[in-house]
Write a protein that binds this ligand. Structure first.
Ligand SMILES: Cc1cc2nc3c(=O)[nH]c(=O)nc-3n(C[C@H](O)[C@H](O)[C@H](O)COP(=O)(O)OP(=O)(O)OC[C@H]3O[C@@H](n4cnc5c(N)ncnc54)[C@H](O)[C@@H]3O)c2cc1C
Length: 579
């Protein structure tokens, strides 16, 4: 059965970005707004964010938005767009105060101000050493943000469609976005949601890799839908590996541990980051630290020759650990049987964050490969690429990106809805997706999604992870394309309609495979090393040829076309990057 709903504005995703947009939409008069989310909103991955959200509040020492902007540009390896970065760093200060006024329970300094701690790559005086810039609520910052935003949405009467999975975008024949198609998880019914403006805030796609900090639901649905609908994806070769995931499990140990003074040690007990980043040491940017750890492991200095090193917080004392990092202590005791007060934690880098995604301008309007705005379509948060993170994101800049651009998206959509008309529905809007689901359900003999997913994750981890080189990635691309073929015959055991998570997981695997392919194609194409993208066959950054964004579009014949977009450079000229 197909149901139809009509709104002015729709937000797809109930994480930090989507909820911030919804709050702003709900404040606009006479605007009918709904949030559609495949998860109950407070289960979104934003709730797993631990370490903090940064802003140059200068509560504990001198700090300025310009210093923050410089650090972000340098962290991005000069690929971040400096107009967006400036907006983010300037709006950081008022937006944190706004969160505080909404009721967010930040940790406090003894005199009652919002507490701040250092994080990787955040410095004072343009690179002169760590600065305390990250605001936090113990190690549950994301959880507190999500709860605060959700409560405010409820207070403002936002409509929620929870456990509705958006499976397609409605584009009218003249190229305007006119809504989405969603699959109701409980009933298996399709719903057509019509609207003048739609924002994708569907989060990341860390499930492409085998060792990942990302939740099971982080399958990049919005990004993959955009690709299928002919919208380009920007800078997909840049995927961040966080230095400190729990060995083999990938569960994140926040950088806040190093912010509070924790250090990395190899098998000799050596504090090896001193060799790689003499000034910032353990608080260098993530790409630098993740690479250093991987190098130690490769050169045989992992603990006992194994694939991990130690994160040592034992010298911090029980007080700091129990009060400032309580959840981390809990994870380690539960999942590892390790008490971080007494023993070091075994860690390895873990797939963490997609710098690339759906290209947008600073008003969160999605743009096509020619840079033209797609009327009515917006994107914010991890699924978007407004390019504040460039080739490598700094810790605590993502939560900031969510609230700054979530807010901007809400304001821009409300303004757009004042004059926009509802686009006409194209003929048969659900035909494409019905066909996709029908195909998934007819197979009687095939391979389970879990097997294909594991093969994809393994090859991506090995060949399109922290270290990359041409032939390895070419082989990975062949493998991913073979998996896409095999996926056509994926076996969904559950043929029912109610809570068919088997079907949805297979559909999500289809998305992950698309994104694995685009990531690999983009990474093969970029013959230089920059930020998170390290090519052992092209070790240097090459500004002459590669100071540009990659745009990959699925063309009508099914192939992937590559084009480029210039980087916006303002006051910070590209320089060599040392920490
Ligand atoms: C373990 C961990 C710790 C982190 N710690 C920090 C930190 O301390 N500081 C920091 O700045 N960043 C941190 N990050 C990064 C940051 O948390 C994420 O980038 C950010 O929360 C993403 O927010 P989002 O709103 O874009 O998406 P999410 O919070 O992931 O929400 C996505 C939403 O989209 C919905 N959705 C997805 N697909 C569909 C679909 N098909 N149909 C309908 N709804 C859909 C989901 O239901 C969900 O509500 C961390 C990330 C992880 C994984």
């Amino acid at each position: 059965m197909i149901h139809t709903h009509t709104y002015d504005a729709l937000v797809v995703g109930g994480g930090g970005a989507g909820l911030m947009t919804a709050i702003y939409l709900s404040r606009a008069p006479n605007l009918r707004t709904a949030v559609i989310s495949k998860l109950y909103p407070t289960r979104s991955h934003t709730g797993a964010a631990q370490g903090g959200i940064c802003a140059a509040l200068a509560n504990l020492e001198e700090d300025h938005p310009e210093w923050h902007a410089f650090d972000t540009v340098k962290g991005s390896d000069y690929l971040g767009d400096q107009d967006s970065i400036q907006v983010m760093c300037e709006e950081a200060v008022p937006v944190i105060i706004e969160l505080e006024h909404m009721g967010l329970p930040f940790s406090r300094t003894p005199d009652g101000k919002i507490a701040q701690r250092p994080f990787g790559g955040h410095t004072h005086h343009f690179g002169q050493g760590p600065v305390r810039r990250s605001c936090y609520a113990a190690d549950r910052t994301g959880h507190m943000i999500l709860q605060t935003l959700y409560q405010n949405c409820i207070k403002n009467g936002v409509d929620f469609y929870d456990e509705f999975q958006v499976v397609d975008l409605i584009l009218s024949d003249d190229g305007r976005c006119g809504g989405v198609i969603a699959y109701e998880v409980a009933s298996g019914d399709l719903h057509i949601f019509r609207a003048k403006a739609v924002e994708f805030a569907t989060g990341g796609f860390g499930r492409v890799w085998s060792i990942t900090s990302n939740a099971h639901a982080n399958t990049g649905d919005g990004v993959a839908i955009a690709l299928r609908r002919g919208i380009p994806l920007e800078d997909m070769e840049f995927y961040q590996f966080h230095p400190t995931g729990i060995y083999r499990l990938g569960i994140l140990i926040t950088e806040g541990v190093r912010g509070e003074g924790g250090v990395l040690r190899n098998d000799h007990g050596e504090r090896f980051m001193e060799r790689y980043a003499p000034t910032m040491k353990d608080l260098a940017s993530r790409d630098v630290v993740a690479r250093a750890i991987s190098k130690e492991i490769r050169e045989g200095r992992g603990i006992g020759g194994k694939k991990y090193v130690y994160l040592d917080a034992t010298h911090l004392g029980a007080d700091v650990i129990e009060n400032k990092l309580p959840d981390i202590a809990d994870f380690c005791r539960t999942y590892l049987g390790v008490d971080p007060v007494k023993e070091p934690m075994p860690i390895q880098p873990t797939a963490h964050y997609g710098m690339g995604g759906i290209p947008t301008d600073v008003e969160c309007r999605a743009v096509d490969a020619a840079g033209q705005v797609i009327p009515g379509l917006y994107a914010a948060g991890e699924c978007a690429c407004v390019s504040v993170h460039g080739a490598n994101r700094l810790g605590t800049n993502s939560l900031l990106d969510l609230v700054v651009f979530g807010r901007r998206g809400g304001i821009a959509m409300a303004e757009f809805c004042k004059t926009a008309e509802l686009p006409p529905l194209p003929a048969n809007p659900t035909a494409g997706i019905e066909e996709q689901f029908r195909r998934l359900l007819v197979t009687e003999k095939g391979e389970p999604a879990a097997r294909l997913r594991e093969e994809m994750q393994d090859v991506m981890q090995d060949a399109v992870g922290i270290f990359r080189e041409g032939p390895g990635m070419e082989a990975a691309l062949v493998k991913v394309r073979e998996l896409k073929q095999r996926f056509k015959n994926v076996l969904v055991m559950d043929k029912g309609k109610n809570y068919n998570t088997d079907l949805l997981e297979a559909w999500e695997l289809g998305n992950l495979l698309e994104l694995a392919e685009v990531t690999t194609v983009s990474a093969i194409n970029r013959t230089e090393s920059r930020g998170a993208h390290l090519r052992e066959d092209y070790l240097d950054r090459n500004d002459q040829e590669w100071l540009k964004h990659t745009m990959v579009t699925r063309t009508e014949d099914g192939s992937l076309a590559i084009s480029y977009k210039p980087v916006v450079i303002k006051q910070f000229q590209p320089k060599e990057r040392v920490y």
